[in-house]
Design a binder for this molecule. Sequence first.
Ligand code: UDP
Length: 327
Amino acid sequence: MNVLVSGGAGYVGSHAARMLANAGHEVWAYDNLVFGHRGAVAPGRLIEGDLLDRPKLEAALKAHKIDAVMHFAAFAYVGESVTDPGKYYHNNVVGTLSLMDAMRAVGVRRIVFSSTCATYGEPESVPIRESQAQNPINPYGYTKLVIERALADYAKAYKWGYAALRYFNASGASADGDLGEDHDPETHLIPLVLQVALGQREHITIFGDKLPTPDGTCIRDYIHVDDLASAHISALERLEPGTEFKCNLGTGQGTSVKEVVDACRRITGHAIPAVIAGPRAGDPPALVADASLARRELGWTPRFTSIAPIVESAWRWHQKHPNGYGD
Ligand code: UDP
């Protein structure tokens, strides 16, 4: 297939683009490089453009005879979405509608969309099944939920096939350490902890140790970025007009912040000092996927099911690229 990967220079998008190309697809990354990195894209495969640039999108879809879109491009800082919601609704909602309307104009009817467990908000129960109510507690989660809804409506009216894949905590890096996580600013736990091991930070701050979890720290479901990528490809290969997948992507295993920090200490051999602070606003104590639906519907199985190999892969990337992509 000829596939346009929006956000193909970003963290998850770049891993998916590379895996797609390795599987024999023709892949084009479409990215405005606001957060993406030129160095994360295969040479000659980057189309530099913005989601809001409809003419450019349509031209790209036509010129490369695109059969399907994987849509990763989005702003994803939860805290910033609270203080600057306009930026998030504009980019994530208006930008995605621009992409969807460009697809309509050109006749592309398959899309795999990066959604998030943040669409559930405070979970009713854990592990979280797809049938739980989606009540986001921040604008970021709402922007993703709005697009899930729009996709369902477009799919019905225009006979599209789509997948909305609700990621839990994307983590890790490609096996060779050539692609990895490079956010500026960085807010995610594993890269921050590994920056301490690299001597780039003094300590890691643990947000809360008196939460209602076995060790008092937050529990999350860390899913390897290449497992996310393979789920996208499984979904893409199953999309027909009228197909609808709404699946969690997680391992089904919860790991606490303390367990992540301990794994990083073991793997890096660094003491990694930790400072306990109060809980971060809006952080639910535990978010773990019931990941069985994706296994059934997409025929997908995550290869990384524990935190150690995920951290090992991230550590390879950070050692090889202490300053990220350096751009
Ligand atoms: N966390 C932490 N210290 C940090 C960053 C994150 O204790 O400096 C915790 C955070 O409260 C959450 C978990 O680590 O429980 C994962 O946070 P991250 O920001 O990586 O992902 P999120 O779950 O917020 O999407």
